[in-house]
Design a protein. Sequence first.
Length: 535
Amino acid sequence: MQNPRKSPMNHINTAEFAAPDVATVVFDRNRLRIEDITAIAAGRASVALSGDAAFRAAITRGADFLDRLLREDGVIYGVTTGYGDSCTTVVPPELIGELPHHLYTYHGCGLGDYFDAPQVRAILATRLASLCKGYSGVSIGLLEQIALLLQHDLLPLMPSEGSVGDSGDLTPLSYLAAVLCGEREVWRDRQRMPAAQALAEAGLTALRLRPKEGLAIMNGTAVMTALACIAYQRADYLTRLATRITAMASFALDGNAHHFDETLFSVKPHAGQQQIAAWLRLDLDCEQAHRNEKRLQDRYSIRCAPHVIGVLADALPWMRSSIENELNSANDNPIIDAENERILHGGHFYGGHIAFAMDSMKNAVANIADLLDRQMALLVDTRYNNGLPPNLSAATGPRAAINHGLKALQISVSAWTAEALKLTMPASVFSRSTECHNQDKVSMGTIAARDCLRVMTLTDQVAAALLIAVRQGVALRAALPGAVSPDDLPGGRLAAMQRALAADIATIEEDRMLEPELRRLLEQIAARKWALYEA
């Protein structure tokens, strides 16, 4: 199979996500992409540790250098000293071997929901990527054990709460360290079981960590970076989905497609904004002459949709850069420079770039939820939907009096949007001094990433509801006398999307429970069912 890192999965071509083949991501010192991590997370890629002799020699040099320093009575933070503010505490030589065990033991205090299986796979892969850079002083055996956990899908039960993002994701990553040593619990074949039992059944032997290996596993940004990779992939797809929903909403509202004119957008040169407008032109007849009976200017949630969705589209490239730089960094402390035989004490565990990217992403994503919420409000209101029935109900005759269409769905959309907007408070500004004022300025990157994923989920829920609304609205508009059929629009894209949605969502004539359809649509959004646009 091809290595997605060497033949990267095109994040523009979403049809790629349906590919049944399982690729292999090889871990060495080379650069990985977000798509490598998300493919592993989703089970679309397997993991292999490189067998290259030069790579393995570079890893071994770091471990050998640490061994030599220990024999020479060198002072190494977290190896011959205590951790954090306890760095002035000298550990007796006979207790050095026990120190890594104590580190992951006393950090076993996480709470909250457990990270789900894709998230844990992404976390393990992200930590493995950092350790493979060769600056953490770990052994090949440790790298092999992490790779084996992924290969056997032995996933540590990892609580999601308890990290301030520095000194790395200590508490959640302690659960990885413990599992490597046969302690705590894992998910195996969707069953919760003791790690020792799972390792034995997989034919694996529990590790005894070398002096710096506990610190190397835990003292980094793997959790926040892994979550950021997943958030990025979801946000990237959202730009396309929100654009297609906007096109369908514009058609259903009998809107003015010339709001997306190419010349109009050429005078405001934000590339992402221009891309959203170009996608809308693919879906709508933007060359139509303005009809006198139409409102001169559509309301902002339609007319300014490229300006809202485009903010996220324009932000994604720099977010990718920050996330991938963190993914490909040695985010550890101390850094072991075996080649020059130096121990470098610093703060590479600090997750500020991820925190800023996640705080920014959740803001841009929540704004898209708000945009779609406003589109929903237009669609269901006879004052603004240009001739469509109240609440988009398709009921006719006497039964129209007892049917309420999408009235409650619009209320739910409002609730999900409000919750998404409430979560946009940046986490990074809530740094708290901790650990005896040693960690006196921290990133809160993991909280930012968790918040971002929650905002993504709420926005996906809004999008699922809008798919029901625009499918209904397009059908109702097309049925009106003299209306243009979506089949007559250029490219037939809206017609194809309408047919795809109609296969899952029957026209709502009699009121019915919509939760099953919403959940099915959420699954399809997660699976990126619809191949929406290419750059």
